[in-house]
Write a protein that binds this ligand. Structure first.
Ligand SMILES: NC(=O)c1ccc[n+]([C@@H]2O[C@H](COP(=O)([O-])OP(=O)(O)OC[C@H]3O[C@@H](n4cnc5c(N)ncnc54)[C@H](OP(=O)(O)O)[C@@H]3O)[C@@H](O)[C@H]2O)c1
Length: 427
């Protein structure tokens, strides 16, 4: 019988307490080898965490977990890209301990350097829970799909945004209204900007792109837009046009480099991704031999996230080691990043227009000047003197042309609000 694998858990919040519960319920059956919690750390020793932590050694300082000779694996569940989470990770490596984390901010900002450090110290750095919670997407990309050349990976990577957009679509309510409700119910943070401004999804996309394409993690290169500007009227038009609006993270390899973007998208209403509702996440990968793989599941919460953390711990218990991002850190590629202005795609635009003679000619001229060609126009109401929505879909064009045309359209006197633009994806 192998000696038990001893873990030290830093952070006993949603994920940490979930992991303690999972280990105490399943420890004997997990890996054919006992997994034991040796010590735990958090800020408040006396907080009620809904799980019994009295059997474990308590450390006021999480760095003590990295120094404890009895511990094989430090599980970092504190959060934050820098500070104690990063210090603890590096201290654990320096003391020859494996690190398992759920911390997407840490991996997105420092993943490449930490992968090098882990390799130098001969330990694992594992982060399955950092992307899409309970969906085992890192393993899928890094191991299950390793025989494929992947050219695109995309998904719904933030449950809060998906919940808000789903509720807006189903109930026709305003964004602010649903966000306030989510905050009241505890589904959204008091400061929700990481979620609704797309940063959380961008962290996850940068990690996914690294694993999918064997490159260094390059969070700074992700184009990020959130969902604050999505309105019920756009939701309604999307439905009329046969689309759903989703916040997607999309990473794709092009001839000129790697494109990484997070922004609201119109996706065909019949596509699998359009059916991912509520707070669920989904990730889609296109491989040259396997075809398209779609995985859907809970992207957050104590149970699903603890499930992913446990999977990484079990790999270590079994002695299963793979390079952090699939290839040795020294072999990670430095992909040139494709700027958003070079993105090619189709577009939806909504203009609030006062119906005056000549206004459509001005709009058409702006599109013509930038070589943008129109696919369809929708104007449901006419109200002389009042602004009414005019919706257009545009054929595939370069983003630089679209933004140039929109600047010219915004300057047309009868266009009374800044134009709204949503990119259309044809999955
Ligand atoms: N929540 C999710 O569903 C989810 C999903 C995927 C990934 N994640 C990631 O998992 C990590 C943890 O998230 P969470 O939701 O569990 O966070 P959380 O509920 O806020 O818990 C954070 C824990 O860290 C402890 N902590 C904070 N600063 C500390 C310090 N200086 N020293 C020691 N302990 C400290 C806190 O202690 P006290 O409790 O004593 O204050 C708390 O137990 C984050 O990286 C997050 O992005 C979370």
């Amino acid at each position: 019988m192998s000696a038990p694998l001893k873990i030290g858990v830093a952070g006993l919040g949603t994920v940490g307490a979930g992991l303690v519960r999972l280990i105490s319920e399943h420890a004997q059956d997990l890996a054919g080898r006992a997994i034991e919690i040796a010590a735990v750390s958090a800020r408040d020793r006396n907080a009620d965490r809904g799980v019994d932590i009295s059997p474990y050694v308590w450390c006021d300082d999480p760095l003590d977990l990295a120094r404890d000779e009895d511990i094989d694996v430090v599980v970092e569940l504190i959060g934050g890209s820098d500070g104690i989470a990063k210090d603890l990770t590096q201290a654990a490596f320096n003391n020859a301990k494996h690190v398992v984390t759920a911390n997407k901010a840490l991996v997105a900002h420092h993943g490449t350097a930490l992968a090098h450090d882990a390799e130098t110290c001969g330990v694992s750095f594992s982060y399955e829970a950092a992307v899409a919670g309970g969906i085992p997407i890192i393993k899928s990309l890094r191991e299950g799909l390793a025989g494929n050349s992947l050219n695109r990976v995309y998904g719904i990577l933030n449950g809060t945004c998906n919940y808000i957009l789903s509720a807006m679509s189903e109930e026709g309510r305003e964004f602010e209204d649903i966000l306030a409700e989510c905050q009241k119910l505890g589904y959204a943070e008091v400061d929700p900007s990481f979620d609704i401004d797309g940063i959380d999804a961008a962290h996850k996309l940068a990690i996914l792109a690294s694993v999918a394409f064997g490159g260094e993690v390059n969070f700074e290169a992700v184009h990020v837009e959130g969902i604050r500007h999505i309105s019920p009227v756009d939701m309604q038009f999307a439905k009329e046009l046969g689309y759903s609006i989703k916040l997607l993270g999309i990473a794709s390899i092009r001839n000129d480099g790697l494109e990484q973007r997070v922004h609201p998208c119109m996706v065909p209403a019949e596509s699998p991704i359009a059916h991912v509702a509520g707070s669920l996440n989904a990730v889609v990968a296109d491989g040259d031999f396997v075809g398209t793989i779609v995985q859907e599941g809970a992207g957050a919460g104590a149970g699903p996230t603890a499930s992913a953390v446990a999977a990484d711990i079990i790999d270590i218990a079994r002695g299963f080691r793979v390079p952090t991002f699939g290839v040795p850190a020294g072999q990670l590629k430095t992909w040139p990043s494709v700027p958003m202005q070079h993105h090619n795609g189709a577009y939806y635009i909504r203009l609030m227009v006062v119906d005056k003679p000549g206004v459509f000619a001005d709009i058409a001229a702006a599109l013509r000047d930038h070589a943008v060609s129109m696919e369809s126009v929708l104007q449901r109401t006419r109200d002389p003197g009042e602004a009414v929505p005019v919706v257009m879909t545009l054929h595939e064009t370069e983003e630089a042309s679209m933004t140039g045309a929109l600047e010219e359209i915004a300057a047309v006197g009868a266009v009374v609000e800044p134009p709204r633009m949503i990119r259309i994806e044809s999955f």
